[in-house]
Design a protein around this ligand. Structure first.
Ligand code: UT7
Length: 328
């Protein structure tokens, strides 16, 4: 358990809305199939903004909403599997864009696929001493999708979410659970650059995302309840006011809801509008819930996710009164 609290959230998404019918024009699919199998109605795709640009937009919104002096930021973590560059990290690009180059900031990226933001949140909670941590999940998955593969291209979208976290003295806390299982590499992967292709004199094929949907589905319905049960410990699910889950598939969430006896109405869901934005999915949903003032004082919530690796993670958040800087 860490005495930390979130003091501001922000989000961003791709500029172009792509509906299921739009996808029906480029692959053999239909609005009916996508809606009934996933719950997704549309997603947003970024045409000009790269991952760091979305991350910066979300970060600026979080800073503005929280009203903090940005120079208090001492740690920047960006969870992403679609960074702008191999190096430098998106986190360093965010630092530069926010004008924090002369501040004592540690900045780096984390890749734990769709669990990345929850991993990053846990790392920030452990690393943070004084000051404020800026924790972001950001992705432009559109650039690693094979737009002729109906198994994957209908599921994903581009976006970002950012939170500001500081040490709490008011009783607010977070507890975490995170696991990985590295023997399932084949179930969901995107190749990187080939080893020495220029020496072998072969073309480096464009790496696209590949997925065994059924295997990932089976993993998801085991791992999400597992992570939630771990952060609950002996506590009853009835004490949780809201779950903000990784937004992959409504059928996965309905299963989790049934398994845990947790009402769907208390899950925050925006996958119908944004699809699966991988590491951005949980903070994008959190950012929207925060903006809609659904995150209230004296509330208990759980963030939960799973992803390639496999990885899975949950965070239980207790919010004591007075967290909303922008409401004061
Ligand atoms: O962040 C983690 C990322 N991934 C996930 O969370 C994915 C988890 N898995 C899923 O969400 C589901 O497995 C999918 C939505 C990917 C697929 O749903 P499903 O009910 O498991 O379908 P399926 O894979 O069993 O495929 C059923 C049929 C197949 O045709 P046949 O073999 O029965 O003739 C597919 O070829 O649906 C076909 N199909 C499609 N048809 C229309 C697959 N994709 C499409 C599509 N449009 N886009």
């Amino acid at each position: 358990m860490e005495n930390v609290k979130i003091i501001g959230c922000g989000y961003a998404h791709g500029s172009k809305c792509v509906t299921n019918d739009d996808l029906g024009k480029i692959v053999e699919t239909s609005d009916e199939w996508i809606r009934s199998r996933t719950g997704i109605e549309q997603r947003t795709v970024s045409e000009t903004m790269n991952t760091s640009d979305l991350a910066i937009q979300a970060a600026k919104m979080a800073i503005e909403k929280s009203g903090i002096d940005k120079h208090k930021i001492s740690l920047i973590l960006v969870a992403t599997c679609t960074p702008d560059h191999v190096t430098p990290s998106c986190a360093c690009l965010v630092q530069e864009a926010l004008g924090l180059n002369d501040d004592a900031v540690m900045a780096f990226d984390i890749n734990a696929a769709c669990s990345g933001f929850l991993y990053a949140l846990q790392c920030a909670a452990k690393l943070l001493d004084q000051g404020v941590a800026l924790v972001i999940g950001a992705e432009t998955l559109s650039k690693i999708l094979d737009w002729s593969d109906r198994n994957t291209c209908v599921l994903f979208g581009d976006g970002a979410g950012a939170v500001l976290m500081e040490r709490s003295q008011d009783g607010s806390y977070m507890s975490f659970y995170a696991r990985s299982k590295g023997d399932k590499e084949h179930a969901l992967f995107c190749d990187g650059r080939s080893l020495q292709p220029h020496l072998k004199n072969v073309d480096d094929p464009k790496p696209y995302l590949h997925m065994n949907g059924r295997e990932v589905f089976r993993f998801a319905i085991r791992s999400m309840p597992d992570a939630i049960e771990h952060v609950l410990g002996k506590e009853s699910i009835d004490s949780i006011d809201m779950i903000i889950p990784h937004q992959a598939n409504i059928r996965i969430l309905e299963y989790v809801s049934r398994k845990l006896g947790f009402p769907m109405e208390k899950m925050f869901i925006n996958l119908d509008r944004f699809g699966n934005t991988s590491a951005a999915s949980v903070p994008l949903a959190l950012g929207q819930a925060w903006e809609q003032k659904k995150i209230k004082e004296n509330m208990n919530l759980i963030l939960v996710g799973f992803g390639a690796g496999f990885t899975w993670s949950a965070c239980r958040i207790h919010i004591e009164g007075g967290n909303h800087h922008d409401d004061q």
